[in-house]
Design a protein around this ligand. Structure first.
Ligand SMILES: NC(=O)c1ccc[n+]([C@@H]2O[C@H](COP(=O)([O-])OP(=O)(O)OC[C@H]3O[C@@H](n4cnc5c(N)ncnc54)[C@H](OP(=O)(O)O)[C@@H]3O)[C@@H](O)[C@H]2O)c1
Length: 363
């Protein structure tokens, strides 16, 4: 009886063997996927929709998303606008596996675990992170650090890139006194850890409920910004990384030595204030993974493709010196609640959207 059943199944095994031998995957990419989509007029009232899975153009990859992280820019970009706009899939930061590679992509292979940034592209105008699949230029993704789960690695996009790039721009070195404002947030947490890894003495501002967390990521000194004139409690700072606001950046100049360096990421200090304080101020948009400076850097062998920010992130993450704390996670369908939580403020680390509940927690 047993033998008879085996013989009867044999043709099936032969077909499967031939398919595998031909290199054709058994699981095919679906043509449609579920996404969270905004209305044409904007706002945080997202709907679950079914849309076509995008196709990677030359130089791009298709990522099967296991987790996405939420950034303040996600809800800022959805603020209702005057006049008609197109519906969009929000979100930029993803982690998952390569599903397909476009022509000319040789640095990634199907099935590889990656994290990166996605955005609307000419070939995929709806493209966004709050989805099961997204396309990205191969230059905007990197291998997922093995120590991190997909959920954690989804937090290595905009905020971590910004924090680590700010540390690079300020050229932070051993022994410097560094102030990171908004130290518990996505950008602040990355800046604190990258500055600590360079041997700096790091002071951070945050509200009191983040004190234990900030100690756990290595902060040396913590100042509660809710307890009055916080800037008067801090002095002789070489470098400020301000992640809060233009006004906060202006206040933070009071803590600095002349000749210091300030990197602002959430607003330029008041006109003339940097000059009056004798401080070099720089900043602006620092969150994109792939920028021209990438081509100029020598590779350190961390598989960051010669991009200095990605290389430093991978080195720190692989050495256990950069971790992503997950403040809260929401299923993809609850993306509106996740955006609302980010907008409310007080984020500690990153807010994460779980797209594939089975895979997001895996390393
Ligand atoms: N320029 C760029 O390229 C770029 C890139 C990324 C982000 N950004 C911007 O940078 C800002 C921070 O981003 P993020 O991703 O880190 O945001 P986040 O994850 O929401 O974190 C913000 C943090 O700031 C804290 N905070 C709020 N007010 C504060 C104050 N007055 N002093 C000290 N801490 C304060 C919050 O918690 P508590 O209030 O509980 O302490 C929270 O931990 C946002 O405005 C974002 O849009 C800019």
């Amino acid at each position: 009886m047993k033998t008879a059943r085996l013989i009867a199944m044999r043709p099936v095994w032969i077909v499967l063997g031939l398919v595998a031998a031909a290199g054709v995957g058994l699981a095919t990419t679906p043509t449609q996927m579920q996404v969270m989509e905004s209305s044409a007029t904007g706002g945080l009232d997202l709907r679950l929709e079914t849309v076509p899975v995008p196709t990677p153009a030359a130089g791009e990859v298709l990522i099967r998303i296991y987790a996405a992280s939420v950034n303040p820019v996600d809800w800022k970009a959805l603020m209702p606008q005057r006049g008609a706009a197109a519906p969009r899939i929000p979100g930029r930061d993803v982690a998952g596996v390569i599903e397909k590679v476009g022509a000319g992509v040789t640095q990634f292979k199907v099935g590889q675990a990656v994290f990166g940034e996605v955005a609307p592209l000419p070939s995929a105008p709806l493209n966004g992170a709050y989805a099961h699949y997204a396309v990205a230029p191969a230059t905007d993704i990197a291998p997922k650090p093995r120590r991190m789960s997909y959920a954690e690695a989804s937090g290595l996009g905009i905020a971590t890139v910004t924090g680590v790039r700010a540390v690079q721009h300020a050229r932070i070195t051993r022994g410097q006194r560094v102030l990171v404002t908004g130290a518990a947030g996505g950008v602040g947490s990355a800046a604190v850890q990258a500055a600590k890894a360079r041997g700096a003495y790091v002071i951070g501002t945050a509200s009191a409920r983040h004190a234990a967390y900030l100690r756990s990521i290595g902060l040396d000194e913590y100042v509660d910004y809710t307890a009055g004139d916080w800037a008067s409690h801090i002095r002789d700072v070489d470098v400020v990384i301000d992640t809060v606001s233009a006004d906060n950046a202006t206040q933070s100049l009071r803590t600095m030595k002349r000749g210091g360096s300030l990197v602002f990421i959430a607003g330029h200090p008041q006109d003339g204030a940097c000059e009056a304080a004798g401080v070099a101020c720089q900043g602006g948009a620092l969150g994109a993974m792939n920028v021209p400076e990438a081509a100029e850097s020598a590779s350190t062998g961390a598989r960051g493709g010669g991009n200095p920010v990605i290389e430093e992130i991978l080195q720190l993450a692989n050495a256990g010196k950069l971790r992503i704390a997950i403040d809260a996670s929401y299923p993809l369908e609850k993306a509106a609640a996740a955006l609302e939580a980010s907008r409310k403020g007080g984020t500690q680390g990153k807010i994460v959207l779980v797209v594939d509940a089975e895979k997001a927690g895996r390393k």
